[in-house]
Design a protein around this ligand. Structure first.
Ligand code: AMP
Ligand code: ZN
Length: 479
């Protein structure tokens, strides 16, 4: 689909984890892409690894819109049923945190949901049009489980209702792991219910008995009072909001082997058709060679990087410098470099351009578009932007028109911020200008000590001075 006013035809190609190939995005409904994203489990602050995955999904949505598609976007919020062990053992993460913080489960879920969206907003991540909490979709989940039981895909024990993976022949297609391989890996895991048919079977409904007898969040159901397992919410919410199949499903790579495999099994078994056509997964953010994880305790939040004086959009810039399917290694040194690059980019866009020979045409937009539509090639698209800002023959008007398009995809607020900087630079107070002239005179007279003192005074006033061959340039220091 062509972008309005763009010179070229764009065909968004996206890598599909299911087929292990890039494919052209052809939505089921012409012109409208249905997109589902697995949302956060709200028992703690999101770390910047989680946020990387949501930046990826946001860039995907923006890129689709940029190409002229409408996007119907849905995300869930996991506020019940996600146990500390992904394979049905341990305690509900939200309930565990409520005990720790001496708050109600509802307070915990509400607090961390708000914290998540506050972080997302600071990173210019658009809130999906439809956000559904798992606890708001209990009726849909129960209906889906009833269907699975009726069709023989789920069975009841004294403790829970399980999905019977052996009944679903296509189990493991997404991860490429056969059921027998999965059984070998799940052999070492704790099996809390000896009546499970198969260790790889997963709970779709936990009864409020045994280890879950005091579970605070609970609802009546045909199998007794209880609460849903983690995976069923995404199957139920996506089917209700987007229908089945829908176009694109996103999440992090850690979802491939269990959560998404289970979502596919439940949905496909219940309705006899695929859940989603394209499955996209964001790679990990790693720190000290390890996946950043809440459970390991070694994670960095957005507040932590803000407290160290970093701009949230510098983190977004850092995320865009690597492809979403590559691991990104985080360090404060790389964040510092990203912040400098981001601010330099803003200054380059803001600076006046005195051009003797104007270019009438340029290929920047076209090349940028091609990279974006090639499975969201943000690092290459960013390199094209840098080429454009460094091009001495590109007029300000052409550059700003290009930057406006770039902003639609990158969400780096380039145009607004650059305009603000340009305005500030144009408003250098007379006193500051006078000091600059005095310093220049001292420099010419080789009084470098005096010239340096004035430089320090200017820094204290918030300005930096750059020497040029025949003069100097004063700029407001961008924080
Ligand atoms: P959670 O809140 O644990 O359900 O995770 C929210 C999202 O973050 C999921 O899509 C995960 O796949 C993703 N995620 C978890 N850890 C990382 C990481 N280190 N880097 C990137 N994404 C992650
Ligand atoms: Zn999900």
């Amino acid at each position: 689909m062509a972008l309005k006013g763009a010179i070229i035809e764009l065909h968004m190609k996206l890598y599909n984890t299911l087929t292990k190939k890039k494919q052209v995005c052809k939505p089921l409904k012409k012109g409208v892409v249905s997109l589902y994203t697995c949302g956060p489990t709200v028992y703690n602050y999101a770390h910047i690894g989680n946020l990387r995955t949501y930046i990826f999904a946001d860039v995907l949505e923006r890129s689709l819109r940029y190409e002229g598609f409408r996007v119907k976007r849905v995300m869930n919020i996991t506020d019940v049923g996600h146990l500390t062990g992904d394979v049905d053992y341990g305690e509900d993460k939200v309930e565990q945190e409520a005990k720790k913080e001496k708050k109600t489960v509802w307070q915990i879920a509400e607090y961390y949901t708000k914290a998540f969206f506050d972080d997302a907003a600071e990173l210019n991540i658009k809130k999906p049009a439809t956000v559904v909490r798992a606890t708001e979709a209990i009726a849909e989940q129960i209906k889906l489980i009833e269907r699975l039981v009726k069709k023989g895909y789920a069975y009841e024990t004294e403790q829970a209702v399980y999905f019977d993976v052996a009944q679903f022949k296509a189990y493991g297609k997404l991860s490429g792991q056969s059921l027998s391989e999965k059984l070998i890996t799940s052999r070492g895991e704790v099996v809390e219910d000896s009546n499970k048919h198969n260790p790889a079977d997963f709970a779709v409904w936990f009864k409020r008995v045994g280890r879950h007898a005091n579970h605070v969040m609970h609802w009546p159901a045909p199998w007794g009072d209880g609460f849903p397992g983690w995976h069923i919410e995404c199957s139920a919410i996506s089917a209700k909001q987007l229908g089945q199949p829908f176009d694109i499903h996103t999440g992090g790579v850690d979802h491939i082997g269990t959560h998404h495999e289970n979502e596919i099994a439940q949905s496909q078994a219940a309705y006899g058709k695929p859940l989603a056509n394209i499955w996209m997964h964001g790679e990990f953010l790693v720190m000290d060679k390890q996946k950043m994880a809440k459970s390991k305790g070694s994670f960095v939040t957005l507040s932590a990087i803000k407290n160290k004086g970093f701009d949230p959009l510098a983190y977004r810039y850092l995320a865009l410098t690597s492809h979403y399917r590559s691991q990104l290694s985080f360090s404060f040194a790389s964040l510092t470099a990203a912040q400098t690059a981001y601010h330099n980019l803003l200054e380059e866009i803001a600076r006046p351009r005195i051009i003797s020979k104007h270019k009438k045409t340029n290929t920047y937009q076209k090349r940028f578009n091609l990279h974006v539509s090639d499975d969201l090639g943000t690092p290459q698209a960013l390199a094209v932007l840098w080429e454009a800002v460094k091009d001495p023959g590109l007029s300000r008007a052409l550059l700003l028109a290009f930057v406006k398009q770039v902003d639609m995809v990158f969400g780096l607020d380039l145009l607004n911020r650059a305009k603000k900087i340009a305005k500030e630079q144009g408003n250098i107070p007379a006193e500051v200008k006078k000091l600059g002239k005095e310093r220049f005179a001292f420099r010419k007279a080789n009084s470098f000590d005096k010239a340096d003192k004035i430089r320090l005074r200017l820094v204290k006033l918030g300005y930096e001075i750059k020497d040029q061959e025949q003069g100097f340039e004063i700029k407001k220091i961008v924080k």
